[in-house]
Design a binder for this molecule. Structure first.
Ligand SMILES: *Cc1c(COP(=O)(O)O)cnc(C)c1O
Length: 445
């Protein structure tokens, strides 16, 4: 273990200093912004988060798969510091700089397919989705957008229309965007369909309810993130891609959560043998600095007129410096292989937990993107609330977990790729105890 830190909780959670800040927050920050735990973070290093009360937590969420190369990575610190000293802004659409071009080259190199590609850089995942839709509409001259059930694409007006869950993301925020169509996904644990059958169901739905010639784009998360790390059945995504290609529909992969090495490949699309027309990146691309990418076939990306895309902060010089360091660091330190190795260790442990705990209905995921879905063994229904209970229990023992799933019954594990084995094993021990606790009716404390 290279880290000298250890999980250490020596106050109640939240501790007194966190509680004091939380009281201030409640007065000035809107109630609608959620929090998992009112624990205020002071600093982070490697696999650890340290709060203002000095408690140290193993970070198994990485801020939802953002800090994948580890907190306080020295290469990122150096690149960002150097760039801040040179300049922090020009607006790429007014006066350009090299870092933007470098990141576009990295994305052209690492996204699936060897065709010519171009990249637009923006500030957030939602903004990447918005721009992909704009570009697909302009390119095809069509307006319809198909999204999958259990999808999550963001929090802007268009993207809340694209999400599976209206509660909480859209409730009361209408009117919503038009011409967005929700299509059945592949969810093997629940639908028991083969990939071919699930694709058939989705394509029938599109052809009957929308019409192929009305559709500009079909957008998929290769592994659904907020939906609960749903891995589609074999053959589902290739069949959707074949259909989209044959019908002039732009096939977009939202790899905002599944990309940038999370699954042990640069992009999850590779595991399914798909080559999307457009790939979206955000979360892990710049180690936490705000940056997102829309990378697509050159002829699709170039279909937009001059001035039709861009923005003030998109591809900010400091964010692109961080992103270039992230790409270099993944290559230099062999972090794709590490994501795969850490993921297998976690998976072996989770599979063992499933054998011991009947509430673990399914363990799923690829690489360092693993989750388990909690099901009532008597009724087969989702064990709503159980994921939150487990995450509270784990926090009290020094492990930060994030939940997922449309029913809130999935625990997802997204360790960063430099997490030592000891921290993975400790997390598995805590999960074992947490699952035993919920079986006895514990409330997570
Ligand atoms: C997080 C996420 C988004 C939205 O990204 P923001 O940066 O929060 O706007 C979109 N798609 C997926 C798959 C995501 O995980």
């Amino acid at each position: 273990m290279t880290d000298t830190l250890q999980p250490a909780v020596h106050t109640p959670i939240p501790g007194p200093k966190s509680q004091a800040i939380h009281a201030r927050r409640t007065a000035v920050v809107p109630a609608g912004i959620p929090w998992n735990l009112p624990v205020y973070i002071d600093r982070a290093v490697g696999a650890y988060l340290i709060d203002v009360d000095g408690n140290a937590f193993v970070d198994m969420g990485s801020g939802i798969g953002v800090t994948s190369i580890g907190h306080a990575n020295q290469a990122v610190i150096d690149a960002v510091t150097e760039q801040i000293g040179r300049f922090t802004h020009t607006l790429f659409g007014i006066l350009p700089y090299e870092g933007y071009v470098t990141v576009a080259e990295h994305l052209a190199r690492t996204t699936p397919g060897t065709h010519p590609k171009k990249t637009l850089l923006v500030n957030s995942g939602s903004e990447a989705v918005e721009n992909a839709v704009k570009i697909a509409r302009k390119h095809t001259g069509r307006t319809g957008i198909a999204v999958l059930d259990h999808a999550f694409h963001g929090r802007t007006n268009l993207t809340i229309t694209m999400n599976h869950k209206m509660t909480p993301y859209g409730l009361g925020f209408g009117p919503f965007a038009s011409d967005v169509h929700h299509v059945p996904n592949s969810y093997p644990y629940r639908d028991r369909l083969s990939g071919v059958a699930a694709a058939h169901r989705a394509i029938d739905h599109i052809e009957q309810r929308i019409g192929a010639s009305a559709l500009a784009a079909l957008i998929v998360e290769p592994i659904q993130g907020e939906g609960g790390f749903i891995v589609p059945a074999d053959g589902y995504l290739p069949a959707l891609q074949d259909w989209a290609n044959a019908n002039g529909v732009v096939f977009i992969a939202d790899e905002i959560q599944s990309g940038m090495g999370r699954t042990g490949a640069w992009f999850a699309s590779e595991h399914f043998g798909i080559t999307p027309d457009i790939v979206l990146t955000a979360k892990a691309i710049a180690a936490g600095l705000p940056l997102a990418g829309v990378t697509g076939r050159a002829e699709i990306m170039d279909s937009v007129h001059v001035g039709g895309i861009g923005g003030t902060f998109g591809g900010n010089p400091v964010a692109v410096a961080a992103a270039a360091a992230v790409f270099d660091e993944i290559d230099r330190a062999g972090l794709l292989a590490e994501a795969d190795r850490i993921g297998s260790r976690l998976r072996t442990g989770l599979d063992a937990l499933q054998r011991r705990h009947p509430t673990v209905g399914e363990v799923r995921g690829i690489g360092a993107m693993q989750a388990f879905e909690l099901t009532d063994p008597n009724t087969g229904l989702p064990l709503a609330g159980a994921a939150g209970t487990i995450s509270r229990y784990a926090a009290g023992r020094g492990v930060i977990l994030v939940t997922a799933g449309s029913d809130g019954n999935v625990v997802r594990l997204l360790p960063n790729f430099t997490t030592p084995d000891a921290e993975i094993d400790y997390t598995l021990e805590v999960l074992d105890a947490a699952l035993a606790d919920i079986a006895q009716g514990g409330n997570g404390r």
